[in-house]
Design a protein around this ligand. Structure first.
Ligand SMILES: Nc1nc2c(ncn2[C@@H]2O[C@H](COP(=O)(O)OP(=O)(O)O)[C@@H](O)[C@H]2O)c(=O)[nH]1
Ligand SMILES: [Mg+2]
Length: 261
């Protein structure tokens, strides 16, 4: 069977996290019968992330794309998608902060064609933040508030999402900021979306990239997206998990294993 789902994980210095990432993702996706590939796009991490990923590729459906140097998260994701073979695409962090157990649901929702985009969300009921310092949470909440008038997604800074290939293929995405998810939510070609709740756990190992440089990049990105929104006024409709459940797109009892496709 060909690959249905291509999950891109950009990495920079994630050697300590990569084994767990690969095995947890496999544990989440394999029972659901979704055929997938995990595309690691590594920016030549000095800690040997790519080398380790290549070893893991012997036992798991992992594809490694190594770039020459640290060229940034957004372009890494876009290059990963260029390599992707699946008709459904996704993005997730390598640091364990995104709960891979919701992936089968996200893929199933997009596969059903009821929605074209499924976003992993901290900011809808059922979602949350595990262990963030207060400062980080406030920055995130303010970032969301600022963009909310022009973006229908509650967790619009989410870097954890799944979409149909058509949402991004041939669409201009501007990689200036590190919020590639926001570019997709704003400029992507979709009419309906859903948000799937999960609890965010901050990375235990390695370093986050959030600093003042990222804050300014975000503001610049927002300015450009405001221009896009004024010119295009895209219409998008939220489909709630409840609606999806009622329509029996997927069985959602909480303690149930993800339904087989
Ligand atoms: N390829 C690549 N990956 C990156 C780069 N910067 C960050 N990443 C990866 O992108 C993901 C998100 O970065 P992270 O530092 O966790 O961001 P945060 O969660 O917003 O604090 C992680 O898997 C990082 O390893 C980069 O310049 N290039
Ligand atoms: Mg992270």
């Amino acid at each position: 069977m060909g690959v249905e789902f291509s999950l891109v994980v950009p990495t920079y210095k994630e050697r300590d996290n990569i084994d767990k990432l690969v095995s947890d993702t496999h544990k989440a996706l394999a029972p659901s019968g979704i055929s997938y590939e995990l595309i690691i796009v590594d920016d030549n991490s000095p800690d040997g992330t790519a080398e380790r990923a290549r070893e893991l590729a012997k036992d798991f459906p992992v594809v490694v794309h190594q770039r020459a140097g640290k060229l940034g998260l957004a372009t890494a994701v876009m290059e990963g998608w260029e390599k992707a073979r699946g008709s459904i695409l996704g993005v997730m962090d390598a640091d364990g902060s995104h709960d891979e157990r919701i992936l089968p649901y996200m893929v199933q929702f997009v596969k059903s064609e009821r929605v074209q985009l499924a976003v992993g969300s901290r900011y809808i009921p059922g979602g949350g933040i595990g262990n963030w310092p207060l400062k980080r949470e406030i920055i995130s909440r303010v970032a969301v508030m600022m963009a909310r008038p022009i973006c229908p997604v509650a967790d619009l800074t989410s870097g954890f999402f799944v979409c149909h290939r058509n949402v991004v293929e041939g669409v201009y995405l501007n990689p200036i900021g590190f919020k590639i998810g926001l570019e997709v939510m704003m400029r992507g070609r979709y009419q309906t979306f859903t948000e799937v709740p999960y609890t965010f756990h901050d990375r235990d190992k390695g370093q986050s990239k959030l600093g003042s440089k990222e804050v300014f990049a975000y503001l610049k990105q927002l300015g450009q997206l405001l221009g896009y929104w004024i010119a295009n006024r895209p219409k998008r409709r939220r489909v709630t998990m409840k609606e999806l459940e009622q329509e029996q797109v997927i069985a959602l009892s909480p303690d149930q294993e993800p339904a087989r496709i």
